[in-house]
Design a protein. Sequence first.
Length: 166
Amino acid sequence: MRTPIAASLSALALACCLTACSVPAEPATDDAATAETTTSAPASKPKESTEKKEKESTEEAGLELTESQQQAIAAAQGYLDYQAFSRQGLIDQLSSEYGDAFPVKDAEFAVDSLDVDWNEQAAKAAQDYLDYDSFSRQGLIDQLSSEYGDQFTVEQATYGVDQTGL
């Protein structure tokens, strides 16, 4: 059973994939379709429209997301809505037996299907650390990039710390 969140995230993942593959969107051909996109509508209409387009697009492109992939995408987005993660940290969280226990391939697929600015995630994580504790510049970079910490790349960690002004 697909949840509305999973369906929306699946549509987002598909949109990212289709954008990367340069598949052009179909233009509106009648005035009714144009009017529907330019007037305000209840929140459920765009979602239904997105789900219908997702289904048509996946059929045309030959892409079918498994239930596990859909759920992993929803979980990944949920984590990112709550706190900052590195790419590897999020994959580890999704695939950990103590986390969500998704297969690693589904966790990687989910994380890579989202449009995430990992530098921005590092900046958020750096600021979160400074909001609750004191760090030297190098200590914070080390924490953010440690395999036992947040697992950002050194470049991402440095960017994140730079954004804090430390």
